[in-house]
Ligand binder design. Sequence first.
Ligand code: 6MZ
Length: 403
Amino acid sequence: MATPTDDHQENHMQILRQMPKVELHAHLNGSIRETTLFDLARERNIQLSSHHFSNDLLPGVDHSMYNVRPRSLQDCFAMFAEISTVVDDLPSIRRVAQEMLEDFAAEGCVYLEIRSTPKALLLLNGSSKLATKRDYCETVLQVMKEFQKLEQDRYNIDLSNGLKEFPRLPLVCRLIISVDRSNDVMNGWENIQLAIELKKEYPDMVVGVDLGGNPLKREFSDFRACFEAARQGGLFVTLHCAEVPCSDEEKESSAYQDANAILDFVPDRLGHALLLPPILQKKLEDLRIPVEACPTSNVMTLELAERNSGGSLLEGLSRHPQLKRWLFETNHPLAISTDDPGVFHTTATKELVLLQKAYSLTNADLQKIVEQSMDYAFANQETKYFIKQRIKDRFQMINEKRV
Ligand SMILES: CNc1ncnc2c1ncn2[C@@H]1O[C@H](COP(=O)(O)O)[C@@H](O)[C@H]1O
């Protein structure tokens, strides 16, 4: 039975769900719905590891605020490997992309950058014919274009009917093509060349490239030339950075060298940038490179909310190594993101709820964060301006309603 606290929480969640949101760091396969994952596994007769995937959540626990399923960084990479065994053909990636768009739209997201690593999947599960990495990207792009069109049509109808007080704003989406550092450099080049070609063919949709994957595998310097080529090709660059610890006293360590080389490249944005030691932290802050901060993901991968210490995500977030400083001391450019909503059991709304509660932020503070995030988006200036205005207008409507 729902308690008054549950009702209050749901009500608050509902208010924040209405807020327009900007999502700049969400991986496609990491956004798979759990139900879809189980469906696909069943269809393929694949047994998923019960350590990582289980649909029996603990009874009587508030799943939105507690770490009911621990996900260390290494758990996550084991999960991504399993997810790609079931998302193995073009229809399954089409489904995952469609559902990801639906889920972000339902959370009030008005601008979403999807990132994904191109893969040579099967044309159809059970057949032996392989599609190409280009087919993978074009399948995702097709889903995105169709979704955007339907969203705009739906919004126009909602407006002309005038039935709803705040018709949900339409979702605009863009694609970032990822390089997985677990794969070799040749593979990285393939993805970057493909991104450069697709940028020419879909100039509005393909906006950037990303370096992700297991940070313990290879170094940014192995891929630096790829990312220089991407930049030359007119693509924005975001790089995952400092997901593993390093220290200013061990400048020769590969983790330190990696983080330093990433900062020297001065990418347009950084993913996470969690564990920079003081000297590199200062370098980041001087360069003011915007950071895509993913609260739940960070708490999980840094194991800040262990079950044996209560498992509260809020408490975990209060132990975040950087967020408090970025928010209150250095006013660092930030975009709050979900990372892998399917893996971390999160949503764009929940990330804002957590942030608000952990740092006692007002709705006006959240509004500022959302509006600023749009400044760091990879869309062209015209789109950024237009969406920022749309966000401002919607906040104004919501604020006027509330007073
Ligand atoms: C937890 N933090 C993280 N750190 C680094 N890379 C991550 C990540 N979360 C996801 N990925 C990267 O995104 C892939 C899944 O989506 P796609 O198959 O590309 O759509 C993962 O295999 C990994 O390479």
